[in-house]
Design a binder for this molecule. Structure first.
Ligand SMILES: Cc1cc2nc3c(=O)[nH]c(=O)nc-3n(C[C@H](O)[C@H](O)[C@H](O)COP(=O)(O)O)c2cc1C
Length: 211
């Protein structure tokens, strides 16, 4: 796959088929991922495809979602009611909560480094490599943020060894279609030389589109 197609169309795919992702595909995804920028490879990846383990994590993912939204004083149902593009993401997020137990594969990233900067490049590379294999994915962090001790117990992660669970990336063959991720254009979110400096160009439509 041409790199721009992967860059433009690797967006959150939360509606996934339960069909397994073959081991050779998983191997190509992870082997590409570990080429990413890193801090002396202080990372550990856990691939989870055991139905019982995913089934045990599913209620935790729901609890984590509820806790995260409670921090903002809202529920998932409130978000969906709001309407607009936010509500599309909320419906998609709610779908993931309700179908987590059906996911065929999770890629979980751990690092002893705080903040996740040491492992996010590799996880994004994994998501791009997955895209090239026709495998959809979504970067999620709430499980580690809100339910790490419980998840560590389910996953057999040594609790006092200093590992942080930075992200859980559900992976699987998508139910929906690939599309260019909608974003505010670069000239609205970038500047040059100073905070409000003229960027020097505007981009009114994505510079890559499907042939
Ligand atoms: C650091 C980080 C953490 C995220 N955590 C979650 C999460 O826990 N659950 C979730 O559904 N989406 C989460 N998201 C959002 C999705 O991964 C996705 O990027 C977002 O919904 C935009 O989707 P799009 O690329 O299809 O536009 C997170 C994104 C980032 C960057």
């Amino acid at each position: 796959m041409e790199i721009h197609e992967a860059l433009y169309t690797t967006r959150a795919m939360r509606r996934l088929r339960p069909d397994p992702v073959p081991l050779d595909v998983q191997a190509r995804i992870l082997d590409a991922a570990i080429r990413a920028p890193n801090v002396e490879q202080q990372w550990r990846f856990l691939l989870v495809d055991d139905r019982d383990v995913i089934g045990a994590l599913a209620p935790l993912y729901r609890i984590a979602s509820e806790k995260m939204l409670a921090d903002f004083g809202i529920t998932l149902a409130d978000l969906v009611r709001m309407g607009g593009p936010q509500s599309r993401t909320a419906r998609s997020a709610l779908y993931l909560v309700e179908h987590f137990h059906e996911l065929p594969l999770l890629l979980i990233g751990f690092s002893p480094l705080r903040g996740g900067a040491g492992i996010y490049p590799a996880l994004w590379s994994a998501m791009l490599a997955a895209r090239a294999e026709g495998v959809g994915s979504t970067l999620t962090t709430i499980l580690g943020e809100y339910c790490a001790p419980e998840a560590f117990e389910i996953l057999g992660v040594p609790p006092d060894a200093g590992w942080n669970m930075h992200a859980v990336v559900p992976m699987g063959y998508p139910l929906g279609r690939w599309a260019v991720a909608p974003r505010r254009p670069v000239h609205e979110v970038a500047a040059r030389n100073s905070w409000n400096g003229d960027l020097g160009f505007t981009v009114d439509a994505p510079l890559w589109s499907p042939g």
